[in-house]
Design a protein. Structure first.
Length: 226
């Protein structure tokens, strides 16, 4: 198994919540004192160029994130050794049915429905670790219909990538091809059918984006109705 095939071989998506203080504040959440995460199904992956589907009655928001792709079995890994276990990266969008998430939060219920719909994890292909020599200084951006919605930098993360992997691996074993979504900067907002989402990522060491994303948005005609 290779980390490069994470889209088809990875077993889990670990999504870090509230890892940018301004994003936590824009949703009225307290800034966490330790990492907080939830799980997303790998069936929610959507390859670059695909179509994000909006379930009936859902207010879906975009959240641009740097994704870390695990390269080998990782358990109880101290932060100083984490990068030996990271194979590479990807650029991802954590889609969220915000109205369902808010309802779940009010009732103290999990976010699985709000986060787990098919197409709710749009993501790029694998990016080798060498392409991002410093993961603590990466510019992320997202546009909806050619208007900037999110612009942020991983230097504003509350918990850096080594500390995130240390924390998660202290709880559950990470395996080859598993992905950690490391949190989103401020500016999240709704998307609707007919929108076009573009996004990109640029390490501070280069002058141009090393990857760009492009997704259409359409209504989902399925059984689920909110």
């Amino acid at each position: 198994m290779s980390a490069r095939t994470f889209l088809t071989s990875g077993k889990k998506i670990v999504a870090i919540g509230r890892n940018f203080s301004e994003h936590a504040k824009e949703l009225g959440n307290a800034v966490p004192k330790s990492p907080f995460f939830f799980l997303k199904p790998t069936s929610s992956y959507l390859s670059n160029g695909g179509t994000i589907e909006i379930p009936t009655g859902c207010e879906v928001h975009h959240e641009i994130e740097l994704a870390v792709v695990i390269g080998k079995e990782t358990r109880d890994c101290v932060a100083s050794e984490v990068m030996d276990n990271v194979a590479g990266y990807a650029l991802a969008i954590d889609c969220t049915a915000r109205n369902l998430q808010n309802q779940a939060k009010e009732k103290g219920l999990p976010w699985s429905t709000a986060k787990g719909f098919d197409t709710f994890s749009p993501i790029s292909d694998f990016i080798p670790k060498e392409a991002i020599p410093d993961n603590s200084n990466v510019h992320l951006w997202l546009k909806v219909n050619d208007t900037f919605r999110q612009q942020g930098n991983t230097q504003d993360m509350i918990f850096n990538i080594p500390s995130l992997v240390e924390y998660v691996s202290s709880i559950m074993k990470l395996e080859t091809g598993d992905v950690i979504l490391t949190g989103t900067p401020a500016g999240v907002g709704p998307i609707k059918a007919g929108d076009v989402i573009t996004a990109g990522m640029r390490p501070a060491s280069v002058d141009e984006d090393i990857v760009t994303l492009n997704f259409n948005v359409a209504d989902r005609h399925g059984l689920f109705k909110c």
